[in-house]
Design a protein around this ligand. Structure first.
Ligand code: CA
Length: 674
């Protein structure tokens, strides 16, 4: 085949001399001074790294500190030598390096290489690779028009009038479909979620049908960008990783595709997944981890613009608020833009409905506000939340961090409530510690903090809060309520460790109470996949690289624990049918929620009054009894419809009863309405 660029090669080819040097990683020369990094010109163009148009293929790398930049072109995504290497041309006004070639190089792969302090660094696919070869070492040049499934032009976001209308289900692709009994063909793949009609051996619906049956509104998928650990060339080995080790932020992970060696397949297949979920009325929230990279000196950030994308300590070492070896610097313009443009890209290209920011407090509140504003301009229903904490200290000043305590400084962003989490089920890392639902006294006020979504309420005394001492949220839309997630012990394991004497039947009762607190509290509820069928992880609290035998959901449990599943299904239906549980302002919460004065331990009782948030129910009585004995509460006189009692729940009612002195069964929620 004729080489379309033959005439360009004579002047610019680096020839075999390029192979004589040993490329270096980025820490083998002194740190670049902060003042130098901060004076770099930035570049806001949307053509970064690769653009293809009728004039040909255009490469633009932002690397202000480089002395020279080379573009390597390959026929393959892995192995072999470049068929050509070309020197790029600097534009010192904006820190970019450019190279244009006069044809569409579809099917080819490329890397960049920069020279700094007289040394060539290792090759990198850059930071904006949208398609990559196997294991993400080289960027791929593909025709994106060919990555759209049929009907993609009609695919659109799931509408969520308010974030509090979302019901979020957090899942890992392998956990959800990889078990032998999942009934799913494409186990552990993006397209597992496109398979209708999958059944467990005992006839229960699994896969996407299970999600529809349960009634959740959004799946939150654990990291699905290209991550580092799993070797995509040997998938037969059943490797497992959560994926909090980012490699290429703008390309999907290869191990979740049916053919990681073909750069277009993973893109097509994640779109098919999104499309199938959207058809089922379910939105897709993606877990994003811009706060650190898997590699440090050899990361794509370090190899394109050494030192710029990371924070450092005064001694020049990498600061490490992620506890993963580095932390990124969203307070620098080009990094802030990077995060904003990356989520915008996932929103526009993949129709992703929202984002969960890992260790969000490593980012600054201004960047997070730009994220929310930019994403909402494309999709007003986007659901955006994050962990409002860091894993370790950061040089970023506390007042600038996107911390839980600073959530009111952000607009359209929610944080996880560790308040409700720890109060209800017990401390997240002290395995044996119990919570309100499992019988530990003293957590009542913190449960109330959870019920009002950490907003100011005249009857809630924040000085008695276990985790937070002030009302940090200014609206319930800023709070994600949960009792467990992929981190730490899942709820089943937590209850087994903290209630060693109890039976599973009792623990399931306690789990129902715990999730009823989550799903009736103000804010947005969030559940970890499989808890609806009482899945466990064999007591492994940090299963990030545990085998499938620990992480996979055993779908036979759905039949065995069908009552548990039905309870959750009904609980979700209750929340969806009743806006009183989904108020959108702190003022409404303060006005409509009235707590009863109860002093007994493990008892919380309140009323939602006045057709709150347009609810058809004038009054809702909610009583949580986390103790092992019956407790008596006073309920307004007259007839009530029983919605939940003694571990059972039905939004349409379980019968009726009269008010007055009413018995609340142990370890259960009592919900009455009229
Ligand atoms: Ca990967």
């Amino acid at each position: 085949m004729t080489n379309p660029m033959k005439q360009l090669l004579t002047a610019t080819t680096i020839a075999t001399a390029a192979l004589l040097y040993q490329p270096m990683n980025a820490q083998e020369f002194p740190r670049i001074q902060e003042s130098v990094l901060n004076s770099y010109p930035t570049y806001a163009g949307d053509d970064l790294e690769l653009k293809i148009d009728n004039a040909g293929t255009h490469f633009t790398l932002w690397s202000p500190g480089a002395e020279a930049v080379k573009l390597n072109l390959y026929d393959n995504g892995i192995n072999g030598k470049p068929y050509t290497s070309l020197m790029m041309t600097a534009d010192r006004t904006n820190g970019t390096w450019r190279m244009s070639l006069p044809s569409k190089l579809y099917g080819k792969f490329y890397t960049f290489q920069i020279r700094i302090n007289g040394q060539w660094l290792k090759e990198t696919p850059g930071v904006w690779a949208k398609a990559v070869g196997v294991n993400g070492k080289r960027a791929a040049i593909i025709d994106f028009a060919k990555t759209n499934p049929e009907g993609w032009e009609n695919d659109t976001f799931v509408k969520t009038p308010h974030p509090t209308d979302a019901i979020v289900y957090e899942m890992h692709h392998r956990d959800f479909s990889v078990h032998d009994n999942s009934g799913i063909v494409n186990k552990g793949k993006f397209i597992a979620l496109t398979e209708d009609g999958a059944l467990s051996p005992n006839g229960e619906m699994t896969g996407i049908d299970h999600l529809k049956e349960l009634g959740i509104t959004h799946v939150h998928i654990l990291p699905s960008y290209d991550y580092n650990t799993v070797d995509e060339t040997r998938l037969i080995d059943r490797q497992y990783n959560w994926g909090y080790d980012p490699l290429n932020y703008n390309a999907p992970e290869g191990s979740y595709s049916t053919n990681p060696a073909d750069p277009a397949t993973r893109i097509l297949e994640i779109k098919k997944m999104v499309q199938a979920l959207h058809k089922a009325g379910i939105g897709v929230i993606m877990d994003v981890v811009y706060n650190h990279t898997a590699l440090t000196d050899d990361s794509n950030f370090s190899l394109t613009a050494p030192d710029y994308y990371y924070r450092h300590r005064p001694d020049g070492s990498y600061s490490d608020a992620s506890a993963c070896g580095n932390e990124t610097a969203s307070d620098r313009k080009q990094m802030s833009d990077y995060i904003v443009n990356s989520v915008k890209y996932w929103t526009e290209e993949f129709h992703i409905d929202g984002f969960r920011f890992d260790l969000m407090a490593i980012h600054d509140t201004e960047t997070m506000n730009r994220v929310a504003e930019t994403v909402r301009a494309v999709n007003p229903s986007a659901v955006i939340y994050g962990e409002g904490w860091t894993a370790s200290d950061s040089p970023l000043p506390v007042e600038r961090r996107a911390l839980k305590e600073n959530v009111a400084k952000m607009k359209g962003i929610a944080v996880f409530s560790d308040d409700i989490r720890d109060a209800v089920k017990g401390h997240y890392s002290r395995a044996e510690d119990r919570g309100f639902a499992s019988g530990k006294p003293g957590q009542e006020e913190t449960v109330k903090i959870g019920i009002v979504a950490s907003t100011a309420h005249p009857q809630v005394d924040y000085s008695k809060g276990s985790n937070s001492k002030f009302a940090y949220a200014s609206a319930p839309t800023q709070i994600m309520n949960y009792v467990s997630c992929h981190d730490d012990l899942c709820l089943t394991d937590k209850l087994r460790k903290s209630m060693p004497e109890a039976t599973d039947s009792v623990r399931m009762r306690v789990a129902r109470l715990a999730q009823t607190i989550v799903f009736t509290s103000q804010g947005t509820p969030f559940i970890f996949a499989g808890e609806e069928i009482f899945r466990d992880k064999q007591g492994v609290h940090n299963s990030y690289k545990s085998p499938d035998s620990i992480n996979a959901i055993d779908w036979n449990l759905k039949k065995i624990n069908r009552e548990q599943f039905d309870y959750y299904r009904n609980l979700i239906a209750l929340r969806k049918a009743h806006p009183a549980f989904r108020m959108t302002t702190a003022e409404d919460i303060a006005k409509h929620i009235v707590f009863d004065k109860v002093t007994e331990p493990n008892l919380v009782s309140y009323t939602i009054k006045g057709n709150a948030n347009g609810d058809e129910w004038k009054e809702i009585k909610v009583v949580f009894n986390g103790s092992e004995k019956e407790q008596t509460v006073k309920v307004g006189k007259g007839e009530w419809k029983i919605i939940a009692a003694d571990g059972k729940l039905n939004k349409d009612g379980l019968g009726t009863m009269n008010g007055g002195k009413v018995v609340a069964a142990p370890q259960a929620a009592l919900i009455l309405a009229r």
